[in-house]
Design a protein around this ligand. Structure first.
Ligand SMILES: Nc1nc2c(ncn2[C@@H]2O[C@H](COP(=O)(O)OP(=O)(O)OP(=O)(O)O)[C@@H](O)[C@H]2O)c(=O)[nH]1
Ligand SMILES: [Zn+2]
Length: 223
């Protein structure tokens, strides 16, 4: 797909429209899911919260939403867990400000954030992420650090996010991300991505190289 074709405001062609992604949900998923909707007032906004336990991965994901769920065209952020960045506001990455930026957008427009547990460290986990950080302190970039540790550069799986969207009745979204692979993963799972909504976060001296590597080697839309 032409990257420009799915930037904000652009349309996805009919040929790329999803097949029914709900067909791929494993049997029993609905029964294993907690779908109570609770009110979650937060200093970051006023959210509805749902939790989803995946019978496939065992991960428990949090789904925050503002306003009515939209079958088509609503804002969506699929946020990969980053304990250091999201909770402890690490400056080594841009995760914390990205999460806050996405929640801000939801406050204005409504939409959904799926907080993906099991995505920590691009899927390698917290212990391995810190090992990768140690290698980066020795001069290796974020991708090669993963590879040296015997991991793929990105081990995230989006099947749970796709199942969650199906269970919520969401068929098409405007995806809040700079990462084209996230869009590709959702589209491959049958979710239509109408547009990409970028998250522009100012770099700092601690994450400059990380952001540069994402831009140059992972194709993220970062200036
Ligand atoms: N392995 C590894 N993971 C990292 C590193 N820095 C951040 N992460 C993890 O990367 C994940 C976020 O991925 P990013 O590539 O920063 O961003 P993205 O989610 O792909 O793209 P956006 O949607 O634009 O945020 C989180 O799970 C972080 O814990 C690192 O140096 N090594
Ligand atoms: Zn992070």
């Amino acid at each position: 797909m032409n990257d420009e074709a799915v930037r904000e405001g652009a349309e996805v062609t009919a040929g790329e429209m999803a097949v029914n992604h709900c067909e791929k949900i494993p049997l029993g998923t609905q029964g294993a899911t907690e779908w109570e909707v609770v009110h979650l007032p937060s200093s970051l906004g006023d959210f509805q919260a749902r939790a989803f336990r995946s019978p496939v991965t065992g991960s428990e994901h949090l789904v925050l939403s503002v306003g009515p769920l939209q079958e088509r065209g609503g804002l969506l952020r699929v946020h990969s867990e980053c304990l250091t960045g999201d909770v402890f506001q690490s400056l080594r990455c841009d995760c914390g400000p990205q999460l806050q930026g996405a929640l801000e957008l939801l406050k204005d427009e409504g939409g959904i954030v799926i907080y993906m547990r099991g995505h920590e460290g691009r899927g390698i986990g917290l212990v391995e992420k810190l090992r990768a950080y140690a290698l980066q302190e020795a001069g290796v970039d974020t991708i090669d650090a993963n590879l040296r540790l015997g991991h793929a550069e990105d081990e995230r799986d989006y099947a749970d996010a796709i199942d969650i969207l199906c269970l919520l009745g969401v068929k098409s979204v405007r995806l809040i991300t700079n990462n084209p692979q996230k869009r590709d993963a959702l589209v491959a799972g049958g979710v239509e991505v109408e547009a990409l909504v970028p998250l522009r976060i100012a770099a700092n001296p601690h994450n400059e190289r990380y952001l540069e590597t994402k831009r140059k080697r992972m194709g993220h839309y970062l200036e």
